[in-house]
Every structure is written in structure tokens, then in C-alpha cells.
Write a protein that binds this ligand. Sequence first.
Ligand SMILES: Nc1nc2c(c(=O)[nH]1)N[C@@H](CN(C=O)c1ccc(C(=O)N[C@@H](CCC(=O)O)C(=O)O)cc1)CN2
Length: 293
Amino acid sequence: MTAKILDGKATAAEIKAELKERVSVLRERGVVPGLGTILVGDDPGSQWYVAGKHRDCAEVGIASIRRDLPADISQAELEAVVEELNDDPDCTGFIVQLPLPPHIDTDAILELVDPAKDADGLHPTNLGRLVLNVNRPITTPLPCTPRGVIDLMLRHGIDLKGKDVVVVGRGVTVGRAIGSLLTRREFNATVTLTHTGTVDLDGHLRRADIIVAAAGVAGLVTADNVKPGAVVLDVGVSRVEDPVTGKSVVAGDVAADVAEVASWVSPNPGGVGPMTRALLLQNVVESAERALA
Ligand SMILES: Nc1nc2c(c(=O)[nH]1)N[C@@H](CN(C=O)c1ccc(C(=O)N[C@@H](CCC(=O)O)C(=O)O)cc1)CN2
């Protein structure tokens, strides 16, 4: 068996085309959605991700607001920038690029974001509403990566009802949030959240209909621990040394041989990453639509 590809790039392009239409409807009604980004420091990776977010905005007609700040900014100065975007009517949603420098209290910064403008869906109020299952239909932003994972499967015709989903990794942005989404009645999946303390991870993986690997451990999921015909999504990002060039390269959690046993795999890059970017835009558009309703 050779697995089919869950093409995140093509699916994200499809979502962006739909969003472009919705943005032009908003603009006709006098609303210009605007995404703000707050970037602290000069990490090249973070700069690249933020630049990508602004390119995506331009593609669909969302206005961009950038706040690029020095690495030695104080907590109080950064909080003032968050407050400024909370109060800016041109900014309908914004993100604080992570990670922040170690001297900054990240939780305090994220908590200061106006929940209605929380484009990442990571504010405690929005995560709390997700856990309480009170934002149905969607009334507050949802975390982009879990939403992207689910959309990627649904748009490839994969049925989630009654499926055994094993999530590897208990991080807030993916692992914890995806369980709250997938167990909603409209998806009706059964979710097992595994982590570094899980006994017999291989056994869990071998029983899974769907695996969402978000551990950040290169090559953690191999053909040996995947059930034939399973769907495998690779959300992991870690750095490894390329055996040929000796250079540091980005690696996913899923080994290449998984494609020999799975029915579907998401490539990495080109799978969940582009979906995360598209769902960020969708959160911004939905917030603007809600404000208008
Ligand atoms: N405030 C946030 N900070 C961070 C987030 C986030 O969602 N919100 N996630 C990551 C970085 N990130 C977005 O900010 C992000 C990372 C990677 C991709 C992506 O599309 N990756 C490509 C591969 C890129 C490569 O080759 O290096 C892919 O998967 O195809 C999108 C967004 C941490 N910070």
C-alpha cells in the first residue's frame, strides 16, 4: 500500500480562495478585517513565520498591522503594545508570535489579549469555552493547528465518526485542544491523549485508526507501530542533523516508511503547517463577520 497524501498546501489554497470571497463581502459592507502581529526579537524562524502571515493577509485582502519589537523590551512595554492593539479599531484580530524571550511572562501577555481579538485561539477564555463546549456554533476563535488538522481530514473525505484517534503530545496548542474538538458530537471520535509518561505507546499507536503526532520527536512514529490503513498526521517539528550535509534541518515526527502502511499521510512540510496559516486567516475573517452580525 502507498498512502495518499493529505495535501495541506492545496487545501490551504482552497480555504484562502474561499476567504478572499468572504473578505470582499465584508469590504463591500464597510468592514476591513485587519490582522496584527507582535514580534519580539530577531529570531530568523519567527521573522519568517510573521512575514508569511502578512503575505497570506495580502493574498486574501486582510489588512496587516506589524509591531516588531526589540528582544530586550520590558514586560510593561510589551503589555502596552498588547493594550494598544486591543484598542485599535483597525486591528480586528492579532497574534503574539511565540516563543517570547525568557524574561517575559508569556502567560500574562497572552491573557492580556482581548479574547474577541485572539486570532490564535489561545486565550484562556477561548480555550475554556472550547473545553466547556459552549462555542457551538463557533462564537470565539478556535486554536488554528487543531482546527487545521480536522479540516485537512474532512476536506479529503475522511470520516471521523467513531474513529479511535491517538494524539501524541500534550502541548496546549495541539494535543490538549484537539481532544476537546474531536470529541464534540459533530465529529464523535474517541481520543486517547498520549505523552512521555504513557505506558506502551506502541500498543496505543497500533490500535489507532487516526494518529496525530505532535511530540516534536523526529521519526517517533514508524511503519512498525501503525495499523495498516490508518490515517497519520505529522504535526511535529524538531531539528536534526542532516547525515549528508551535516546541516541542521527540520524534521517531523513521522518516519518515511509509514507511507507504506497508512492509507493517508500528511507530508511535513506541506501538510499541517500551511493549514495552520490558513486557519489563522479564517479566525480573523470569522471575528470580523461576528462583529458585523
Ligand atoms: N503565536 C503563534 N506562535 C507560533 C505558532 C502559532 O501558531 N502562533 N506556531 C509556530 C510557528 N508558526 C506560526 O507562527 C508556523 C510554523 C510553521 C508553519 C509552516 O507552514 N511550516 C511549513 C514548513 C516550513 C519550513 O520548511 O521551515 C510546513 O509545515 O509546510 C506555519 C506556521 C510557533 N510559534
